[in-house]
Design a protein around this ligand. Structure first.
Ligand SMILES: [Zn+2]
Ligand SMILES: [Zn+2]
Length: 146
């Protein structure tokens, strides 16, 4: 039977993923003013998967160690995680998040439920465009390439 984690491996320990897993993703998003809390995601790229909390925590620590300001708040304007320039969340911006999934596949549908999500970083236009995001990941111990 197909499921959402079949053939996917942990980016830290190389173990095959199970029903409950974590995934790091980079996306372009815009927070809308009209409906607070609504985030429009225009582009979502899965970067790396992790088999469990321990490996996800390890990756988070490696990534946040490369950032100037990790874990942005939900404020409308937050500092860029690399250069600290203000990032307007109501305009399209690049964000990196760790999401915990639980497989919810049915015989007729491959799907996964989001259990929890934590934003690790936001990037201003300059940092996102100059692909410093990928450098930041490459420089991390993990060597996760964006
Ligand atoms: Zn693992
Ligand atoms: Zn920046």
């Amino acid at each position: 039977m197909a499921n959402s984690y079949e053939g996917r491996y942990c980016g830290v320990c190389d173990r095959e993923l199970g029903r409950s897993y974590f995934a790091l993703s980079k996306r372009s998003q815009t927070v809308t003013c009209s409906e607070p809390g609504v985030v429009l995601v225009s582009d979502d790229n899965g970067l790396t998967d992790f088999c469990g909390q321990e490996c996800a925590d390890y990756a988070e620590a490696a990534i946040s160690s490369t950032l100037t300001s990790a874990y942005p708040t939900a404020a409308k304007t937050v500092p860029c995680s690399l250069c600290l320039r203000p990032v307007d969340r109501t305009a399209p911006h690049v964000s990196v998040a760790m999401t915990q999934f639980e497989d919810a596949s049915e015989p007729w549908l491959v799907s996964a439920r989001v259990v929890a999500e934590r934003e690790l970083a936001v990037y201003c236009h300059t940092c996102a465009e100059h692909r410093r995001t990928s450098e930041a990941f490459d420089e991390s111990e993990l060597g996760v390439a964006v």
